[in-house]
Ligand binder design. Structure first.
Ligand code: NI
Ligand code: MN
Length: 230
């Protein structure tokens, strides 16, 4: 059993979960912090937190090339089908609902944000993603969201992916509180240093987490950074 994590940059993540490649929020083409091309990415699954372009941009192209199954809320799945993603490559879910996929049990959680699609279509509610792998390891991807106290319900996640950029999502102070709520074994900050309004010092934030939540390991990865979770 294995769990690996690769931070592409911004809010794009690649997980290796017991042999399955799970790509979250594929944003490559207009992403200023990665040189990785959407043409070179592998995926068995593509998970989407919401419909904003910096999360969904390369979904259709990667789904077509790889045959990956796309998991997202009902509204986003309908939109993707209208963009030509075959129905059998889609799996709609919604907030609070879980489903046993090959890589584990995936539930969409609440997130406080927007979710309009790139053409202005309604994208349903934004989501976070909770994954319980088949070997009982919990991953919590907060998605784009403000801080909310129900994050305490996801306490005990092994790996927590949290935005720290401020302006569009939680900033460093609220993200620190989120880490206190979730008390994960490992945390990775994201959704910062992509554009000027979300510039943050990841290392300084990591030092605060290390000081105030000493049981959590904090990993301020640079784009391309990899975490091997034993
Ligand atoms: Ni967003
Ligand atoms: Mn975003």
């Amino acid at each position: 059993m294995s769990l690996t994590y690769r931070y592409i940059g911004h809010a794009t993540h690649v997980f290796g979960i017991n042999g399955a490649t799970v790509l979250v929020d594929p944003f490559f083409t207009s992403n200023p912090v990665t040189d990785v091309s959407a043409d070179d990415v592998d995926a068995n699954y593509i998970l989407l937190t919401h419909g904003h372009f910096d999360h969904i941009e390369d979904t259709v192209a990667i789904a077509h090339r790889t045959g990956a199954k796309v998991i997202a809320n009902f509204e986003i799945v309908n939109w993707l089908k209208a963009q030509g993603v075959p129905e059998e490559q889609t799996h709609p879910q919604h907030i609070g609902g879980g489903f046993h996929h090959e890589f584990g049990y995936l539930k969409l959680t609440i997130a406080f944000h927007g979710s309009s699609l790139p053409d202005g279509s309604y994208g349903g509610m934004p989501a976070g993603i909770l994954i319980d792998t088949k070997d009982d390891r919990r991953i919590y991807i907060a998605g784009d969201t403000s801080l909310f106290s129900d994050m305490q319900l996801y306490r005990g996640a092994e790996l927590f992916i949290v935005p720290i950029g401020d302006n569009f999502t939680m900033g460093p102070d609220d993200a620190l509180q989120a880490v206190k709520h979730v008390a994960p074994k490992d945390v990775v900050p994201c959704h910062y240093n992509t554009w000027a309004p979300i510039e943050q010092n990841g290392k300084a934030w990591a030092e605060r987490v290390a000081r105030e939540v000493p049981d959590t390991n904090v990993h301020p990865l640079s784009p391309g950074g990899i975490l091997e979770l034993i």
